[in-house]
Design a protein around this ligand. Structure first.
Ligand code: B3K
Ligand code: ZN
Length: 883
């Protein structure tokens, strides 16, 4: 397999102006005809034109209406080369055949539940026809689709429907025209038996847009929330960024077989049905929130991704980091900002930090790849979003908006780079960003240490920072980075202290704004070691550092436990209140882990219990915030902080703390459940979700006690639940403990929901993630369950992905979990390399574990590597993991 490098990027020799596609959809084969207006980048050049194609059968090729003969072109398994194209512009026509019903990779054109659909990003268009499959080739498309009218009554593509009619033999045709230039990865086609929920949205300049969400007829009632989310997103983008929709029609199609969440094809978004379909009875609050976020995300891509796209795939974060940032902001505005921030930071810590510290570590803008699909990662997406957030932290809302405006003004209709975004932010604000660009090129999570000291005579408070970026594959030595650290100071009564000026780099800088003092400021840490001295500080303060998580770093402070308890109780930055609790919890967990490893008895610090009790009982706090504040850091997060990750110890400790807390806080938890029941109809709004979240976490804690009375309580909640959020939470609470109750309630749930594949997936996932000893056998059995199917990604993610997310069973010391995954990856790779490659990633951090586990995991990776016909996708992850 060939590695592709950013430094080798070259402008294309040819551009495409217009592309007219024709599809004749059939049961055994589909015929694709393309007619492309080609022109050379440099006038008069006649260098060869190289097109890529995969799994295609070439039927004919014409240049300027003349059929080419063998010798005029070269054809191999991956490329079609026109040896000497005419000089100047010309027309290229190609006919080829494809076989969508056999396409289990779910990229290119494939069938899902009998309907045709496409997925082209990143490089799936080459599985449809021969093309220059790269995002800097932007062209205007038309698309004619012909198909049997009764089997495929609905035929969709990008843009506007300009013609349709009947054809002989029970067929019909449609012609779509997309007035906007686009790269081929945004092309889409759908054909099948679908019905739509219709609505309209009038843009602020008065354009009336038809909105249609397409699903099989029986699912239409479950599209109301998706439609609500779409309209909310359209309005929000106008209000916050001044961005309007640009066509008269916006389609969303939900399909059950989809490799990822969704795809932002121009005016024809295609979604995994998991992220469209919801009803109170079948979807949880988390599902509702995910739908809101992803519908927003794909819609926001219309500007950040489609109108302005990426020059090459290395720039992926240009559209993904930015669009994730936009969807995070959207969800924050629709719900609770603090809670959303907490959720996003937890995700970063539990998934991105481990990636950044392992063999797959790569910069937000990777330097190379073998398969681009392997780089749709938490680093490109979530760390990329943090990078965008830092611009906003540095520039303020208005400055950030100015930068965005300039970005669109300069680059609408173009395929650009991360530097172009950086330059727009900088130029719109005349800002000095010094070496901020390192965030795009250096991998690894920076570690920052802070030492503080108060000078009572001089009334100054000093913060000394030192930073270090760890080595990552291919990057042994790192430069110091530009880290914005938001800071506030609390006095002994917990009040915020005014900040007047800061002494830094030999100069005193005033912090007052508009004559008044400020209570929070952003320090620009740029050197390996650096000191900031705040003046006019009249008593020893407690610093609140890295407010709202102003940079994606690991922060080590000299705050004592009592400082942290103080911040937990008083910080006006709500994020940092939560964070103080997490720092305490992390410390506590790590020290108990070491006790556990030394076979010492485990004892829970009472101050910690009191801290959580006061959060639980503080009626002034948002209920969802409380539920986050009493949730312990994830096991992944703790393992990530250890020299040798010990899944058994971490799991035992987390379980111990949960049980202890449940015991100590039993009264409060019971009354939390009592007072947060509601007989009202399900509403998706923040107060109702917060209420359910708090009640559900209380129930999970209590059920952990394995007390028959509390199990009975959970069973009661299960039986009386009127929505999936509460029903599933009760099921999960009961399923924590092995025994008859667990078996009965799991069986009951399946019986109730066997007709609904999305709910059945939750049932798979819950069992897969279980820590019951020897669970691998149960998971193996479930692979043969009639409802399971390796060809459906959602099912694989639920059952196999769920299992790999369970530290104790996946990392079982007898190697049974690794063996299970190894065998499965080999099997799955033959069906769907993208999904197999995601699954094999669970092995990538094998070096973090003890020697026994290392050997066992390594053996599986080697077994995978020795498999014949391994996909490039799996090869890349497995080989990099072993390197
Ligand atoms: N842009 C798509 C991701 C495509 C993944 C290709 N393997 C979804 C999104 O981020 O919006
Ligand atoms: Zn995206």
């Amino acid at each position: 397999p060939k590695e592709i490098f950013l430094k080798d990027y070259k402008l294309p020799d040819y551009y495409f102006d217009t592309v007219d596609l024709k599809f004749s959809l059939g049961e055994e084969k589909t015929i694709v005809s393309s007619k492309i207006a080609v022109f050379p980048r440099i006038d008069g050049s006649t260098s060869p034109l190289v097109l890529v194609g995969q799994d295609l059968k070439l039927l004919s090729i014409k240049v300027n209406n003349k059929e080419l003969k063998e010798g005029d072109y070269h054809l191999d398994a991956r490329r079609l080369t026109l040896v000497s194209p005419p000089s100047g512009a010309f027309t290229l026509e190609i006919d080829n055949e494809i076989y969508p019903h056999k396409n289990t990779s779910l990229e290119g054109l494939y069938k899902s539940s009998g309907n045709f659909c496409t997925q082209c990003e990143a490089e799936g268009f080459r599985k449809i026809t021969y093309y220059q499959d790269r995002p800097d080739i932007m062209a205007k498309y038309t698309c004619r689709i012909e198909a049997d009218k009764s089997l495929y009554p609905v035929l969709l593509s990008n843009g506007n429907l300009i013609e349709q009619g009947d054809l002989e033999g029970g067929k019909h045709y449609v012609l779509w025209e997309d007035p906007f230039k686009k790269p081929c990865y945004l092309f889409a086609l759908v054909g099948g038996q679908l019905e739509s929920r219709d609505d309209t949205f009038t843009t602020r300049s008065g354009r009336k847009v038809s909105l249609r969400i397409w699903t099989p007829a029986q699912d239409l009632p479950k599209t109301a929330h998706a439609m609500y989310s779409l309209k909310a997103a359209m309005k929000w983008d106008e209000d916050v960024f001044g961005l309007e929709y640009d066509l008269d029609l916006f389609n969303i199609v939900a399909v059950p077989d989809f490799n990822m969440g969704a795809m932002e094809n121009k005016s024809l978004n295609i979604f995994n049905s998991k992220l469209v379909l919801a009803s109170p009875e079948t979807a949880t609050d988390a599902d509702y929130a995910a739908i809101l976020g992803v519908i927003g995300h794909e819609y926001f891509h219309n500007w950040t991704g489609n109108r302005v796209t990426c020059r090459d795939w290395f720039q992926l974060s240009l559209k993904e980091g930015l669009t994730v940032f936009r969807d995070q902001e959207f969800s924050s505005d629709m719900g609770s900002r603090t809670v959303k921030r907490i959720a996003d930071v937890s995700r970063l810590r539990n998934f991105q930090y481990p990636q950044d510290a392992g063999p797959m570590a790569h910069p937000v803008r990777p330097h190379s790849y073998i398969k681009m699909d392997n780089f749709y990662t938490v680093t490109v997406y979530e760390k990329g979003a943090e990078v965008v957030r830092m611009y906003k932290t540095l520039l303020g809302s208005q400055g950030f908006r100015k930068g965005m405006d300039l970005y669109f003004q300069r680059h609408d209709g173009q395929a650009v780079t991360c530097e172009d975004f950086f330059a727009a932010m900088r130029d719109a604000n005349g800002a000095d960003f010094c070496n901020f660009l390192l965030w795009y090129s250096q991998a690894g999570t920076p570690s920052v240490k802070v030492i503080s000291s108060y000078n009572a005579d001089a009334h100054t408070f000093s913060l000394k920072f030192s930073q270090d970026v760890p080595p990552t594959p291919g990057q042994p030595v790192k430069e110091p980075m530009f880290i914005p650290v938001a800071v506030g100071l609390l006095d002994s009564s917990g009040k915020e202290m005014p900040l007047t000026s800061v002494y830094h780099n030999g100069a005193l800088q005033s912090l007052a704004s508009n004559g008044g003092p400020v209570y929070s400021t952003v320090l620009r840490v740029t050197k390996r070691e650096e000191e900031f001295v705040l003046s006019d500080i009249n008593e020893r303060p407690i610093p609140s550092l890295l407010r709202n998580f102003s940079a994606p770093i690991r922060l080590e402070t000299d705050l004592t436990d009592s400082d942290l308890f103080f911040l937990l109780a008083h910080d006006s930055d709500e994020f940092n209140r939560w964070e103080a609790g997490q720092v305490l919890a992390r410390k506590l967990m790590l020290s108990l882990v070491s006790d556990f490893q030394q076979s010492k008895p485990l004892v829970l610090n009472q101050k910690f219990v009191h801290g959580l009790r006061s959060m639980l009982c503080d009626s002034s706090l948002d209920k969802e915030f409380i539920s986050k504040a009493i949730t312990l850091p994830g096991e992944g997060e703790i393992m990530d902080m250890m020299d040798i990750a010990d899944p058994d110890a971490v799991h035992a400790v987390r379980t111990f703390i949960r049980k202890q807390l449940a015991q100590e806080l039993k009264t409060e938890l019971l009354s939390t459940i009592e007072s947060n029941r509601s007989s009202d109809e399900y509403v998706f709004d923040h107060p109702s979700m917060a209420r359910r979240a708090l009640k559900n976490i209380a129930l999970a804690y209590l059920a952990a006690l394995e007390d028959p009375e509390l199990t009975e309580l959970a069973l009661c909640e299960y039986r009386n639940a009127t929505n999936m959020t509460e029903q599933f939470a009760a099921l999960a609470a009961i399923a924590q403990n092995p025994g008859q109750n667990r078996d009965d309630v799991l069986a009951d749930f399946y019986k109730k929901w066997q007709h609904d594949f999305l709910v059945v997936n939750k049932w798979f996932a819950l069992q897969a993630m279980s820590d019951v000893p020897g669970n691998v056998e149960n998971v193996r059995k479930l692979l043969n369950h009639p409802a399971f199917d390796l060809r459906n990604p959602n099912k694989v993610y639920s059952l196999v992905g769920g299992f790999c997310g369970s530290p104790v069973n996946f990392h079982s010391k007898d190697g049974s979990g690794y063996k299970f995954l190894g065998e499965l990856v080999v099997q799955l790779d033959k069906i769907n390399p993208q999904v197999a490659s995601r699954m094999v990633s669970a092995f990538s951090r094998w070096r973090r574990y003890d020697e026994t586990r290392q050997k066992l995991a390594k053996a599986q990776l080697e077994m995978i590597m020795s498999t014949n016909g391994l996909s490039e996708n799996v090869f890349e992850i497995a080989s990099k993991s072993l390197a």
